[in-house]
Write a new protein. Structure first.
Length: 366
């Protein structure tokens, strides 16, 4: 991770962004700890309201409180509207707007922005107001988000919103730069990391991708002994060595996993676009029976060209990455070297898998 951050810092002077690690206030850290100790919804509600009372102008703290209690309130919008009517501050208005999913009249939002031209949160709210319109003007949203990050380069939310707008505008390189900046602000944020990995894949940026992955994947060989589904064979660690192979983690009953990711991989094997061995492992312990989800053929009537294997708790914990379906690329050495989330690459899944496999094989000989 430190090597990756060094790469980012070296390349940043050419960019318009000047990110720096976010400095969390003591209250921002404490509310997280207090909420983690809450034993029930009543305690959560009490903690959230207490922080809203005690830190009314600390927007990060108030956001955390809002996220915690929003689903527990009878009417979230009414609660934060009443609170704003009493306080009449930028922070209270921001939370009110956020409670509405940033759908307040733009004239009302603009009036607050005009009073707080030099405030990061005002411009972020202004951007979000445009972003959540049914027909958003991407140029306007991008301009407002760029204004926000110039006012405070330490808040990752600004770079994250900006990256989403860049992606929507198909500006992949700019989205990468914004997400890299967000990672400098908050290097442990899993959402930013996952989105940045996806952008690296779309750009076929091997150096960026593998640098970011280096601190994520298991550092040991993939040690397995998995029973296959439908016969008495097993797949063990030796089967995953000697050549690049794929281990697909899929969720029981997931329409995306079964009818999209697995289907696409099967079609690619049949059409010779993909020649790698594929092992499909369901999520869940070894006692879970996935047989009812697996037919002899895929939805197109073609026989499966992959081995379905039973899960183990140990391997599920070892791989421990949240998004499913997830395709792990295992190198000839038996190590997991790469992964791709099937859900995020519906249009170019096979091309990315083939590219990643080729990169893993190529880097082995460097």
């Amino acid at each position: 991770m430190f090597r990756f951050l060094l790469i980012l810092v070296i390349t940043l002077p050419a960019l318009a962004f000047f990110p720096e690690p976010v400095q969390h206030s003591e209250a921002e850290l404490q509310i997280v700890a207090d909420l983690a100790r809450a034993e029930n919804s009543t305690e959560t509600l009490q903690i959230g309201k207490r922080y809203l009372r005690n830190y009314p102008d600390d927007i990060p703290v108030c956001k955390a409180a809002q996220d915690a209690i929003g689903g527990l309130l009878e009417d979230k919008v009414a609660f934060f509207r009443t609170r704003h009517d009493e306080l009449q501050t930028l922070a209270s208005f921001y939370l009110y707007a956020r409670a509405t999913n940033f759908t307040l009249p733009e004239a009302d939002v603009e009036a607050f922005v005009n009073k707080h031209q030099d405030n990061f949160w005002a411009w972020l709210m202004f951007m979000a107001t445009e972003w959540h319109k049914e027909e958003a003007d991407l140029a306007v949203a991008i301009d407002r988000a760029e204004q926000a990050v110039t006012l405070d380069g330490s808040r990752p939310e600004g770079y994250h919103f900006l990256s989403l707008a860049y992606l929507e505008a198909d500006r992949l390189t700019d989205a990468r730069d914004a997400l890299e900046a967000a990672m400098i602000c908050d290097p442990l944020n899993l959402e930013f990391r996952e989105q940045l990995l996806d952008v690296y894949l779309k750009l076929r940026d091997a150096d960026g991708y593998f640098a970011l992955m280096s601190g994520v994947l298991p550092r040991q060989h993939t040690e397995i002994s998995l029973a296959t589904i439908g016969d008495s064979d097993t797949v063990d660690s030796q089967d995953l060595r000697g050549e690049v192979s794929l281990l697909v983690h899929w969720a029981l009953g997931s329409e995306i996993c079964i009818n999209h990711t697995l289907q696409e991989l099967n079609k690619a094997k049949l059409e010779k676009h993909l020649s790698l061995p594929i092992y499909a492992m369901h999520i869940g312990d070894k006692n879970t029976d996935p047989s009812s989800y697996i037919t002899k053929t895929d939805r197109a009537g073609n026989e499966w060209q992959m081995e379905f294997v039973k899960s183990t708790d140990e391997l599920d914990k070892e791989l421990n990455l949240p998004s499913r379906p997830c395709i792990y690329v295992i190198g000839p050495d038996g190590y997991v070297h790469a992964l791709v989330n099937g859900k995020g690459h519906s249009e170019d899944l096979i091309e990315i898998v083939v590219w990643l496999a080729d990169e893993v094989a190529r880097r082995r000989h460097q």
